[in-house]
Design a protein. Structure first.
Lengths: 158, 158
DNA sequence: GCAATTAGATGTATTGTACAACGAGTGTGA
DNA sequence: TCACACTCGTTGTACAATACATCTAATTGC
């Protein structure tokens, strides 16, 4: 079974290498896809939209960012009129974040170009492969996620 | 066939979302895996090592970075004694980059902890799934890669 | 030889990020 | 009811990574 073991290791190396390459390219790619939106904030906005209403802390946990980073990004998004903060009546410390109408719209138009890029890039893939790939990514992201799996982050699993 | 189309779109969305989440978490993860190494430089060093000897331009193309960024990163790596620059005798503009002994060693120890993390994270996957996932990632990265597929980058495909 | 090109370096500005300290709100227990 | 611990978010500060523009040196094509 030494061969099988060896193959595992090789696969792991490839995965590691390719994921790294992807991560490093991601910024450039994102910049190309939506030069308008403050670039990082887009991701946060997307997540806020995805889970209709969430707290800054949730964002920080999900993306493994510091509270301060999120705080500033959210402030930027608010300044741009893309998100609103609604104080939680039950707990006055909490601000629930929602996309504004213009936020939703900005997101939609960006999403369109993003989708187009992905569709072009993955156009030749079969539906099965896409589903399988999506599944792998979900599985990958849902495990480990990092150190703070215990923080109750785990927002990845839809 | 409307259903199938719908499923495709859903897979695309998941892929997009999960890849984004991964990319955003990558920095934090990397910081955890090797707090010592200047963090980004690690990636460059790994690539330099992977392709025994390459130019700064290759790195820039592969990771979609600006020449200036790479130039500084490489300078940092050299300062740390992790890479050496050998002027190409044929073309005097070119500097071929090589890991030094200590660079190789630093990489090895880092690689070890990285491998361990991946092995733990993906430990429950079957060899087939790993191979398949690796294959998908290779396929994904080899297409589009970005705008500059034509730059002769294409170093992704092993 | 001279223009166009390429490799790399440097000046400058910006963005994303973390860490630390803080302020305000909430809950608990004596 | 007050003190302590905890949580959420903000602000001060510093730094890392990055891009863009510009520059020099080397190369190639004519």
């Amino acid at each position: 079974m030494t061969g099988a073991h060896r193959e595992r290791e090789e696969s792991l190396d490839v995965i590691q290498r390719e994921l790294t390459a992807f991560a490093r390219r991601a910024r450039a790619t994102a910049a190309r896809l939506h030069p308008d939106l403050p670039l990082v904030s887009y991701t946060l906005l997307a997540h806020i939209d995805y889970r209709q209403g969430c707290r800054a802390t949730d964002l920080a946990a999900h993306y493994m960012l510091d509270k301060s980073t999120v705080s500033r990004q959210v402030a930027a998004l608010e300044k741009l009129g893309l998100v609103e903060r609604h104080p939680d009546p039950n707990d006055h410390r909490i601000q629930v974040l929602h996309p504004t109408a213009s936020g939703t719209q900005a997101l939609a138009s960006t999403q369109a170009s993003r989708r187009a890029a992905y569709r072009e890039r993955l156009g030749s893939w079969t539906a099965d492969d896409l589903a399988q790939f999506a599944d792998y990514l979900l599985r990958y992201n849902s495990t480990g996620g990092g150190a703070n799996n215990s923080t109750g982050d785990g927002t990845n699993a839809s």
